[in-house]
Ligand binder design. Structure first.
Ligand SMILES: [Zn+2]
Ligand SMILES: [Zn+2]
Ligand SMILES: [Zn+2]
Length: 410
């Protein structure tokens, strides 16, 4: 069966997250979106782990479901850990996903982390030991764990980040690199950008939402042709099996909030080429720019723009339905009439992914008005223009009648 999976979200126990991010509401929204496997998020947090142990029951291999509910979605135990430490004379800040197939393993991991630092104050805890030690801890507890560097190109908290990252996986993970089989591309980069870096040829690229509220669940995801089975999905990822790992669902990378270079407060938004022409300094305040993901990929890439590997897991770009409706109406996604139409479409039309990916024009026209139908179809054929995001500011999508998106403009 087709399985859509999102391995990275946060519970209400993480900072700056919605209080609605409980296991039950997460599963409910996964159903609305059409996600088959959704991350628990934050599983090492003692209060959340206690909640998970109460509300979850074992389902298919390595997966859980909510007790006494008819939700179709399954929950996989997943969390994100921050490591902040010094290496090679520089401060490094790296976020990493840890995915585990059982509550027993999750509990052991939680206990081990509890002995090494504070896991109570934040669902995404911070530790002072190196990221490579995190790999060893997780693998020693459960050999079937997946350890996945998160949003690898974002400037502040990632393995390749311009501010506090590394230039290669080996530099960060050393003898543990062999356990890194996949990386998360993050909202601001996509498959084509990552495949310009030949050092990543043997690494799977996955995409997740990193949602902090229910409606953001699945804004990026992974699509498999397998069974509901943690081990089969892990194998599909790790072997990069084109028959089993079908494609990733990605933001247009320009939409991500760290795509371009710039300064948010100075309202300066520059392409890498423009930034370089200015010595990477802000033309307004003259301080160093926050270099975005496109710039960082350009620095580490050894292949030209537009390069395509012979065999790679492809991607589909999408725009979340709420954003698309908002773009059509010319208002913010939080506007009442966007919300009303979004909820109505889910009620009469099926899941969000069915609407965005599967339904043909005739079917869509029965569900919603013509201009929203047209917007969905235009995104499928990449007829969009995007003002790129920069320095924490999301990009802006404009659905276009005439122009097809050009990828990776520098
Ligand atoms: Zn993170
Ligand atoms: Zn996160
Ligand atoms: Zn500035």
């Amino acid at each position: 069966m087709r399985i859509i999976a999102d391995f990275h979200i946060h519970s209400k126990y993480s900072r700056a997250t919605s209080k609605d991010m409980t296991a039950r509401t997460i599963a409910l929204w996964a159903d609305k979106k059409g996600i088959n496997i959704i991350a628990s998020g934050d599983f090492q947090h003692p209060k959340y782990l206690a909640e998970l142990k109460t509300v979850l029951e074992a389902a298919e291999p390595g997966l859980y479901k909510i007790k006494k509910e008819r939700f179709a979605s399954r929950i996989v135990l997943s969390t994100e850990i921050a490591n902040i430490y010094k290496q090679g004379g520089k401060v490094r800040k790296v976020h990493t996903l840890v995915v585990m197939p059982s509550l027993e393993a999750a509990e052991k991991f939680s206990k081990k982390l509890d002995s090494l630092g504070n896991i109570k104050s934040d669902g995404r805890p911070i530790f002072g030991f190196p990221t490579k030690d995190l790999v060893k801890i997780a693998k020693d507890i459960c050999a079937d764990s997946m350890i996945i560097p998160a949003h690898v190109w974002t400037p502040w908290f990632s393995v390749f980040g311009s501010k506090s990252g590394f230039d290669s996986l080996e530099e960060c993970f050393e003898e543990q690199t062999k356990h890194i089989k996949a990386i998360e591309t993050g909202l601001s980069s996509d498959v084509l950008m990552n495949r310009r870096v030949s050092a990543l040829d043997n690494i799977a690229l996955i995409s997740n939402s990193d949602a902090h509220s229910p409606r953001k669940i699945g804004r990026e995801a992974n699509v498999f042709e397998t069974d509901l089975d943690y081990y089969k999905i892990k194998k599909a990822i790790e072997t990069r099996d084109l028959k089993r790992f079908l494609y990733t669902l990605e933001f247009f990378p320009e939409e991500g909030k760290y795509h371009n270079d710039g300064h948010r407060l100075c309202k300066v938004n520059l392409s890498p080429r423009e930034a370089l022409a200015n010595n990477n300094l802000c033309p307004v305040c003259l301080k160093p720019l926050t270099l975005g993901v496109l710039h960082r990929v350009e620095v580490l890439a050894d292949r030209p723009l537009g390069y395509k590997l012979d065999k790679y897991i492809p991607q589909k770009h999408l725009v979340p339905l709420e954003e698309l409706i908002a773009a059509v109406y010319g208002v913010a996604p939080s506007a009442k009439k966007v919300q009303t139409e979004y909820i109505r479409m889910l009620q009469v039309g099926g899941t969000e992914f069915e609407l965005l990916l599967d339904k043909q024009k005739e079917a869509l026209l029965k569900i919603t008005e013509e201009r929203i139908t047209e917007a969905i179809l235009k995104v499928r054929s990449e007829m969009v223009n995007i003002i790129p995001g920069y320095d924490g500011e999301f990009g802006k999508i404009l659905v276009s009648d005439k122009k097809k998106r050009v990828a990776g403009i520098l």
